[in-house]
Design a protein around this ligand. Structure first.
Ligand code: HMH
Length: 221
């Protein structure tokens, strides 16, 4: 309560985890231009599988929002997210052929399977809209913050990776993440103590899954 919103408080409380998720060494290696291209190709293939699984999760958030929200804006924002996922899947196919990644042959690794089963759990009708929209906001925001870092002045991102970084790091995607945050914060302001606890837990779980996901890009982990 008081001045700061719930999300602002959580970002402080879980700052260490948040920084690990948004400034991972894989992302920093893109930013520094030292990225190992086999790591990038591994990330690309795994993320394509993730995004395919992300679609039904986002659809479930849309359905919860449609049922539970009193604001029509929520459905429009989530629908915009779904539309960009449609575009993203085509982008992955194009990008995979550019990098000679055979998407049909990709086997999801452990961290990816764990993250996808977390998403699947979130689609349960027992999971409330507030918790689901918080998870959704956090998932999108980790990518937005990470890739925006690679576009900042002073970064040395290789030219052939700029398209990837722009996909999630662009200002429009940042605005979309802000809209998700506004929706999530509004839901949290009206939530019970029980829901607040579940939503905070979902937030920290997303951060852990994101770190594990980035870790996959490294051979030795
Ligand atoms: C692992 N997290 C992961 N992949 C993504 N594409 C996003 C977040 C953002 O959509």
């Amino acid at each position: 309560g008081g001045g700061a919103g719930f999300i602002a408080v959580w970002l402080q409380r879980h700052r260490e985890k948040y920084v690990c998720a948004t400034r991972h060494r894989f992302v920093l290696s893109i930013r520094e231009g030292s990225v190992d291209l086999s790591s990038f190709r591994r990330w690309l293939g795994q993320d394509y599988i993730f995004v395919r699984e992300f679609v039904p999760f986002v659809a479930s958030v849309l359905l919860k929002g449609w049922k539970e929200s009193d604001s029509e804006m929520d459905v429009e924002v989530i629908l915009g997210g779904m539309a960009s996922l449609h575009d993203e899947l085509s982008w992955f196919k194009k990008e995979a052929s550019k990098w000679d990644v055979q998407l049909a042959a990709i086997v999801p690794q452990r961290a990816n399977r764990d993250y996808c089963s977390f998403l699947h759990g979130m689609t349960d009708s027992e999971v409330d809209y507030t918790t689901a929209i918080v998870a959704f906001w956090a998932i999108e925001t980790v990518y937005q913050e990470s890739f925006a870092l690679c576009l900042e002045d002073g970064s040395s991102t290789p030219a052939e990776l700029l398209g990837t970084c722009e996909r999630w790091g662009n200002a429009g995607f940042g605005q979309y993440c802000q809209s998700l945050r506004d929706i999530a914060e509004r839901c949290l302001q009206n939530a019970s103590a029980d829901v607040l606890r579940k939503a905070e837990e979902a937030f920290t779980q997303v951060l852990e899954h994101e770190v594990n996901f980035w870790n996959m890009s490294n051979h030795d982990m």
